[in-house]
Ligand binder design. Structure first.
Ligand SMILES: [Fe+2]
Ligand SMILES: [Fe+2]
Length: 235
């Protein structure tokens, strides 16, 4: 039985968090005024809640992408949200960031764009995240952390990231471009109506810019081989 170091009782929060954060065993459990004294045997719902929060968020995002009203259809779920979550989780593991915060922020960072359109989507996404996470019973302190990540995820808005988790989301967002080469070509050929030569040059230029936008060595390390391969293909 795992025990929280701040309580003589097994902590439901600690147990639940460990379920999806396998690295936690070596991480000291921080004081959590509302949760660390909860007894496992008396609060199975608490355990269930913490195991399911990421899944609840994922389901919400997927259902919004599936709706006919989704501004960009279902494709962003497969080609953007999933890669951003995967890169966020990977970077959070490498850099010792709070995985739960980064993953939830990654799922929700563009939800405003899906529901209301791209304009000001850092603001609309943050608002939706706040409302949805409160509805799921998430703590105010953690909602604020998720909010901070989402609000600063757009480089164009010049809002500096306040936390490591926020920096990771920006990097993961940039890295996801390398998972959607077909989408970049679709934009160039179908929406911008470029010729094949122009489209190839445009995609190459976009990916070079994405590479240059990366700020962390860990991100460059993750994507290096893919970047080299795509540059070779687009020569
Ligand atoms: Fe965005
Ligand atoms: Fe994004």
């Amino acid at each position: 039985m795992i025990k929280c170091k701040y309580s003589t009782e097994p902590s439901a929060f600690f147990l639940a968090e460990k379920t999806y954060n396998k690295d936690l065993e070596t991480t000291p459990c921080r004081p959590r005024p509302n949760f660390h004294c909860v007894k496992t045997s008396l609060n199975p719902d608490v355990i269930k809640f913490f195991m399911n929060i990421i899944e609840q968020v994922r389901k919400f995002v997927e259902s919004e992408c599936k709706k006919p009203s989704s501004n960009y259809g279902y494709d962003p779920f497969l080609y953007h949200f999933i890669p951003v979550v995967e890169y966020s989780e990977k970077l959070a593991g490498k850099l010792g960031a709070e995985k739960e915060i980064v993953i939830i922020a990654a799922w929700l960072h563009d939800i405003g764009s899906i529901i209301h359109g791209r304009k000001d989507h850092h603001i609309t996404s943050a608002k939706i995240a706040e409302e949805k996470l409160s509805e799921f019973g998430y703590t105010a302190e953690k909602i604020e952390k998720v909010r901070d990540c989402i609000i600063s995820h757009r480089g164009s808005q010049q809002i500096s990231p306040k936390t490591l988790e926020a920096k990771i989301l920006i990097e993961a967002d940039t890295l996801s471009a390398f998972n959607d080469i077909t989408g970049l070509f679709q934009s160039a050929l179908v929406y911008e109506k470029l010729s094949r030569k122009e489209a190839k040059d445009s995609v190459k230029k976009k990916l070079i810019n994405k590479w240059k936008q990366l700020n962390l060595d860990e991100s460059r390390e993750i994507i290096k081989s893919k970047y080299k391969a795509v540059m070779l293909l687009l020569e």
